[in-house]
Design a protein around this ligand. Structure first.
Ligand SMILES: OC[C@H]1NNC[C@@H](O)[C@@H]1O
Ligand SMILES: [Ca+2]
Length: 447
């Protein structure tokens, strides 16, 4: 039963929606842009479920003015997007491509004219291919490449962007790109993965230092968190839950908030786990202004010794509701996760930088797209977010994933998360019922 009592969020709570460059922009090589590793990866045979690539996507690189108009129609107060590193630096380092900067200046000007706060992510997985070919994040120099890139953006775009994020979901880069090989660069290496994670966090810290030197506004880190439950009360499943929790939720946050990695990681990686310099661990503690949390679901884990770290597997829950991603709809996990972050990491300011659901939506009919399951998903998770605020979590805003149906990485275009439907054959946008629902939430600052 949905609770019918109305709720109001705090004054000034920030309401937005999110996208990322490679998932929506298209035109990957336009106007002097260099290829990213995702451009390279998505063109590999069988890399993407429906054979999709980011070549066109939502054509946002060319339709951004129409899309900002859609954001206005939804009454968004903020828009979270990412900058394509290889538009700015086609070889990843050195030569700047002015046309790349100009695209983001145009987008920022449209947003500011519309009274929409930009929230820019520096890195949302699309590393310049030229840097991937120099080892990418496995190369210790990657942290410096990132800091140089960050410095350019702060200098060139800093006066138009109040909220910055260094990285989006470093865990996914490691788990999907370096452990399971299903994301760019498609590696499976217990030796590379810990160093990739470490260099990503070093990059984050050096990026924050660059921001302190000449940035304006606030800067944060965006992580995906998924509360872990045990499939049974047995000790093996409890241990599996604890390993899964360390691997997915604590690895990166302990690194940057506590200056150490969970002991469980050294245990589960064994001889593949490096010895990290103390100087590195001190760097990781570079303070930043807010934590971005991306929440979708929980997982219930049982022991799976045959699996790679964390030697666990998730168990489907009888009677539960699942999205098209195979993710359980579990809003109470959001409240629990926000409380856990508050208690473990010293009550940092938090934005929910992504929350949303993929459901099989019907095609637009008479200018409408009925997506009641997404409306209920959002309603339930907004209630859960409000409950966290009631429990004292310093939650400052919420960004729905996603503004538009878009390229869902290795799953291609079939998984649709948008508040706005995109007909990829015509590029026609249609606001879904969930978009109108969200517009009313923003207008009321609550449910
Ligand atoms: O899977 C849905 C989203 N999750 N976080 C990162 C985004 O790029 C994904 O589309
Ligand atoms: Ca507030």
């Amino acid at each position: 039963m949905t609770d019918s009592s109305s709720i109001r969020f705090p004054d000034g709570f920030l309401w937005g929606a999110a996208t990322s460059a490679y998932q929506v922009e298209g035109s990957p090589l336009a106007d002097g842009a260099g290829p990213s590793n995702w451009h390279h990866f998505s063109h590999q045979p069988d890399a993407i479920a429906d054979g999709g690539t980011g070549d066109v996507a939502c054509d946002h690189y060319r339709r951004y003015e129409e899309d900002v108009a859609l954001m206005r129609q939804l009454g968004l107060q903020a828009y979270r997007f990412s900058v394509s590193w290889s538009r700015i630096l086609p070889e990843g380092r050195g030569r700047i491509n002015p046309a790349g900067l100009d695209f983001y200046r145009r987008l920022l000007d449209r947003l500011l004219e519309a009274g929409i706060q930009p929230c820019a992510t520096l890195f949302h997985w699309d590393l310049p291919q030229a840097l991937q070919e120099q080892g990418g994040w496995a190369n210790r120099d990657s942290a410096n490449w990132f800091a140089d890139y960050a410095h350019i953006l702060f200098r060139e775009l800093g006066d138009k962007v109040p909220l910055w994020a260094t990285l989006n979901e470093p865990w996914v880069v490691v788990n999907d790109g370096y452990m399971h090989g299903v994301h760019a660069p498609g590696h499976r290496s217990l030796d590379e993965a810990p160093w990739v994670a470490h260099n990503l966090l070093r990059a984050h810290a050096l990026g924050v230092q660059a921001f302190r030197a000449d940035g304006q506004g606030q800067i944060g880190l965006v992580v995906n968190l998924e509360p872990k439950y045990a499939a049974s009360v047995g000790p093996d499943d409890a241990a599996a839950m604890s390993r899964a929790h360390a691997y997915m939720n604590r690895w990166f946050l302990d690194g940057v908030m506590l200056g150490s990695y969970p002991d469980e990681l050294a245990e589960m990686f064994g001889q593949h786990w490096p010895r990290f310099d103390l100087a590195d661990m001190a760097l990781l503690l570079e303070p930043f202004d807010f934590l971005g949390i991306n929440y979708y679901t929980r997982s219930v884990n049982r022991d799976a010794p045959q699996n790679p770290p964390p030697h666990a597997e998730s168990v489907r829950q009888e009677g539960a509701e699942y999205t098209e991603m195979g993710w359980e709809v579990f809003p109470e996990g959001l409240t629990r996760t926000l409380q856990w972050v508050k208690q473990r990491y010293g009550d940092p300011p938090i934005y929910i930088t992504e929350n949303g659901a993929a459901f099989a939506d019907p095609p637009a009919h008479n200018g409408r797209v009925a997506d009641p399951r997404r409306v209920e998903y959002l309603r339930g998770h907004l209630r859960a977010a409000h409950e966290a605020i009631r429990l004292g979590v310093n939650l400052k805003g919420y960004f729905a994933w996603s503004l538009l149906d878009n390229f869902e990485w290795s799953l291609g275009y079939a998984k649709t998360f948008g508040l706005v439907q995109v007909d990829f054959s015509s590029q026609r946008r249609t606001i879904k019922d969930s978009g109108y629902f969200y517009r009313d939430v923003i207008a009321r600052n609550g449910l």
